[in-house]
Design a protein around this ligand. Structure first.
Ligand SMILES: C[S@@+](CC[C@H](N)C(=O)[O-])C[C@H]1O[C@@H](n2cnc3c(N)ncnc32)[C@H](O)[C@@H]1O
Length: 642
């Protein structure tokens, strides 16, 4: 989501469109005013995600990237920009509170008022919402016109209730020119709606009354409200239409819990979005729609499915709602869902789970429905079941990755992503510094809570990576009597290495504020210092997830200090880092390229490197030779000799 947003903000799709054919890289970077090396990394990521194509003659637009053009009729860019805005991201951090039995609405907890009052007071945000709704309308209305035009047969006038800036009605009136349209929304919304032939704008409150017409049309409105509120709105619509030939046309998701339907994941993501952004809104199953409609006094209804016009329109939702997976998994960790399942022997019913966690059963059911759909939990007649994936989210499991997720989803780490496009510009400044006024290490030194988040996350990665090294490359430690772990964090890596190779004496070396809170461990001495000044002496210097935080010149400085610390004859430097291979068949390549984007957002000049880039910095640091060995992890093991 963040990199796609960066592409929109930089205008990459527009620059490609302007070229009309393959765009050579140097033309693109000069047209956009970008730093070539930073833009190359962004493009490499977008090509890997199949958002752009790369050919010998240059980069090419795809159906997906065309949906990101700012002003195209079919663009979904405004939806990405809305959902990735700081205002919309903030409530996700309150999702777990929202699910509690006495939980309060996430948007209100964050912004002190509901989304509609917030939009009324913030015209910029109101515009973001209206533009996003308009771009949704430009996709949905043609699908309706194509898939069920008969709905509008005999309709002479239609009121679009909650019609936003009138885009949906404009398109409907264009398709069915005999319809007289009334676009009805809150006064501050219609006051900035665009004029359109055949459409009258009326401001008002749908809970009070709805302008009269043959049909009332509600698109993406009722999902913002709970059942009682929907019933109030629908009764007002029923009063507005003629008793004999009137009808209400509702265009909304119908959750089918059908895993074979490609759009089902979008519906379930939207349900989570409703939980984060509205007070009591939700997506409904056909049964829930039937209940709301009969309670509102409608004698009968029909439901017709319409298809997305283009498959790219299905794929694009992944990026529009790119933060949802992470936010809901974070919510599951914070609520302790995996831990509760483990405590119940790996299987638990909704009622027991909600009482164990103090959650609202209906809200928890929606969270579980989403997580089951994403295959994080399983559902069986006897209740929910743990999976290998959910076990990785246990708070204290030896192999848990929960701490990494809590770090990456923290507000501190999310904020720099909003500065990514500025970072890519030719004179761009580091994203973390732009967001927080200092680099990540100084920030961690001043914020012990964030320092702990970082150290815990690194420790949980070490618990996965070190066993893979011990299994896949034990020979790296043959004959090594002492190891200095440079930037070793809280010492978890060395603890695990010393456990696996007990003859090794370990020195855990990191900044003073990091080692001062590291845990004591037999066979490991903690030493505080600065790796740019000097590194404690040992047979081997070990660097894991350290060099990717720095640029080539800084890496060369660090590696020279490491070379000084090891014996000339039998010494070595062991580097555990990703090696980007640009190999689309390797499942972990995606993780490496994501990490490269993370480095761009969170460090000043850090990056993931190809084998050629590693060879360059190692030879510049004075190492005579090196080997690279792949292990079953994101990282590889690079051994460098003086
Ligand atoms: C990404 S973490 C890696 C931690 C650990 N190696 C691991 O993989 O679990 C990078 C580490 O580099 C440390 N670091 C940053 N600047 C440093 C410096 N100038 N001297 C020593 N350590 C430093 C940070 O405190 C942090 O612990």
């Amino acid at each position: 989501m963040a990199v796609v947003k960066c592409a929109i903000q930089l205008g990459i799709p527009e620059a490609l469109e302007a070229h009309g054919g393959p765009a050579a890289f140097h033309d693109l970077s000069s047209a956009l005013g970008c730093s070539p090396s930073a833009l190359h990394r962004v493009m490499r990521f977008l090509v890997h995600r199949k958002i752009l194509k790369e050919a010998p003659a240059g980069y090419l637009q795809t159906p997906l990237s065309r949906l990101l053009l700012k002003n195209d009729e079919k663009s979904m860019a405004a939806l990405v920009l809305l959902e990735s805005s700081p205002v919309m991201l903030a409530p996700w951090h309150c999702l777990s509170d929202r699910v509690l039995a006495n939980g309060s609405p996430a948007f209100e907890s964050t912004h002190g008022e509901d989304i509609w009052s917030y939009a009324e007071e913030n015209p910029g945000h109101s515009k973001l919402i209206n533009d996003a709704m308009a771009c949704n309308a430009r996709v949905a209305v043609p699908a309706i016109v194509e898939g069920c035009p008969e709905v509008f047969d005999g309709v002479e006038s239609m009121v679009d209730v909650g019609g936003g800036n009138g885009t949906a009605l404009r398109l409907l009136v264009e398709a069915f020119p005999w319809i007289r349209g009334i676009n009805f929304d809150l006064p501050h919304v219609v006051s900035v709606a665009l004029d359109c032939v055949g459409v009258e704008h009326v401001g008002g409150d749908m809970f009070a009354s709805v302008p009269k017409a043959d049909a009332a049309y509600l698109m993406c409105v009722l999902h913002d409200w709970d059942d009682d509120e929907c019933i109030q709105i629908l009764r007002k619509c029923k009063e507005a239409i003629p008793k004999d030939k009137g009808k209400v046309i509702i265009v909304e998701a119908v959750v089918e819990e059908d895993n074979n339907d490609k759009l089902e994941f979008v519906r379930l993501m939207m349900d989570m979005v409703m939980m984060a952004h509205t007070n009591k809104g939700k997506e409904r199953t056909s049964k829930e729609w039937a209940n709301v409609l009969s309670e509102s006094g409608f004698s009968r209804h029909t439901i017709k499915n319409v298809k997305a016009v283009q498959s790219a329109h299905v794929d694009i939702w992944k990026y529009v709602f790119g933060f949802v997976d992470m936010a809901v998994v974070k919510c599951a960790i914070q609520l302790g869902i995996p831990d509760a399942l483990e405590a119940h022997g790996g299987r638990v019913k909704l009622s027991d789970l909600s009482s164990a966690l103090g959650c609202s059963p209906s809200a928890l059911h929606r969270i579980m429905r989403f997580l089951v759909h994403r295959k994080i939990f399983k559902e069986a007649p006897a209740g929910y079941l743990q999976t290998p994936l959910s076990r990785l989210l246990l708070k204290n499991g030896e192999k848990s990755l929960a701490a990494l997720l809590l770090l990456e989803s923290s507000p501190v780490m999310l904020a720099p992503w909003h500065c990514l496009s500025a970072r890519v510009l030719a004179n761009g400044s580091p994203a973390f510094e732009s967001a927080h006024g200092e680099d990540i290490w100084s920030y961690a030194e001043e914020n012990p809570g964030h320092n702990k988040l970082i150290n815990d996350a690194m420790a949980c990665d070490a618990r996965v990576a070190v066993p893979a090294i011990v299994e896949g490359c034990p020979e790296a430690f043959d004959g090594v009597e002492s190891v200095v772990d440079v930037g070793g964090g809280d010492g978890t890596t060395l603890r695990l290495l010393v456990e696996a190779f007990p003859s090794i004496r370990g020195i855990n070396f990191d900044l003073p504020h990091v080692v001062s809170v590291a845990l004591d461990c037999v066979g490991v001495e903690h030493v505080g210092g600065d790796m740019f000044a000097s590194v404690p002496k040992a047979d081997a210097a070990y660097l894991m997830w350290v060099l990717h935080d720095w640029d080539d010149d800084e890496c060369i400085q660090i590696l020279r200090k490491c070379r000084e610390a090891i014996p000339k004859d039998k010494g070595k430097v062991i580097i555990v880092e990703a090696v980007v291979e640009e190999d689309n068949n390797d499942k972990l390549e995606y993780v490496r390229l994501m990490l490269d984007m993370v480095m761009m957002a969170h460090t000043n000049k850090g990056k993931e490197r190809t084998s050629k880039e590693w060879a360059y910095i190692l030879s510049e640091s004075g190492f005579s030779r090196h080997t690279i060995k792949n292990i079953k992890a994101v990282q590889s093991v690079i051994e460098a000799y003086p």
